[in-house]
Design a protein around this ligand. Structure first.
Ligand code: ADP
Ligand code: MG
Length: 268
């Protein structure tokens, strides 16, 4: 297997509370992976550390592709779209992200941006402001922007959160097309049925890796119980380094937690 991104003993903490803890593994080139796990499991932190937006405390991330060839869609809540930007300009920003050649936008580049808008079902929207769009339409714009970037690796953080069913199924088709083009796609998702249908690989995260591999094997009841138990234990837990997955699971089954509540996980 040739890896697109490798994680070695990756540990990331916010104010000394680990959000990711000794994460090891690799995303294969051309793989299509869902990242799932409870709230506060470190999913967004994982994407940000792969982008180099957050420093690792321990271990490392190795990207085997140029960082500029990684496209990123943040969680909706992190995007400000109150400024007066047109839909077309918003898509054109994709060139800047990919090539840094902002200011030299040619006619063929604009034509391609318009084709990207067509591909996401937004023909005729180029002159609208992004502020005037619905949440689903805006998500289509962001997918159009990624289409322009011609990225090798695409990271999507909860792309379908609060998105209508029709937009979701249209955008899932675009993800499937990226996969067919051998791009590496990693998406944080919550809907396990959707993951089972459309994502061959899954990483189940609860600060530690609970399971990582074929979706059918990863999303079994035992692993999901394990993920919940680990998230709850860490929420309550002091001395997080001593939390061991099997111990936590055993304690969870006994209806007790591994630790007292000296620390709080700061869950939002
Ligand atoms: P997820 O995306 O799986 O819900 P996150 O990666 O956003 O989880 O967060 C993991 C943990 O780190 C949570 O406990 C969260 O509260 C905490 N956290 C995330 N971002 C910050 C931050 N900027 N400062 C402090 N704590 C943070
Ligand atoms: Mg998140």
């Amino acid at each position: 297997m040739s890896a697109a991104i490798t994680l070695e003993n990756l540990t990331v903490s916010y104010r000394r509370h680990p959000a990711l803890h000794h994460v090891n593994g690799a995303f294969a080139r051309g793989s299509l992976t869902a990242v799932v796990g409870p709230n506060g499991a470190g999913k967004s932190t994982l994407l940000k550390s792969m982008l180099g937006l957050i420093r690792c405390n321990e271990g490392r991330v190795t990207t085997h592709v140029d960082r500029q060839r990684i496209a990123y869609l943040p969680q909706q809540a992190e995007i400000d779209r109150s400024f007066p930007l047109s839909v077309l300009d918003c898509v054109l920003l994709g060139y800047w992200a990919a090539q840094g050649n902002w200011g030299r936008i040619s006619e063929p580049m604009i034509a391609r941006a318009r084709r990207s808008l067509q591909a996401v079902g937004l023909d005729g929207f180029a002159g609208r402001t992004v502020a005037s769009l619905s949440v689903g339409q805006f998500q289509r714009v962001l997918f159009a922007r990624i289409l322009l970037q011609d990225a090798e690796v695409i990271l999507l953080d909860e792309p379908f959160n609060a998105i209508d069913a029709r937009t979701t199924s249209d955008l899932l088709r675009i993800i499937a097309a990226w996969h067919a083009e051998q791009r590496t796609v990693i998406a944080v998702l919550h809907d396990h049925e959707q993951v089972r249908r459309a994502f061959p690989q899954t990483l189940l995260l609860a600060r530690n890796v609970v399971a990582w591999g074929d979706t059918t094997e990863v999303l079994c009841d035992d692993n999901l119980l394990r993920a919940r138990a680990m998230a709850e234990a860490v929420d309550d837990g002091a001395g997080i380094c001593q939390v061991d997955a099997d111990q936590v699971l055993a304690l969870a089954r006994l209806g007790t937690h591994a630790h007292g509540d000296h620390h709080h996980g700061g869950r939002q």
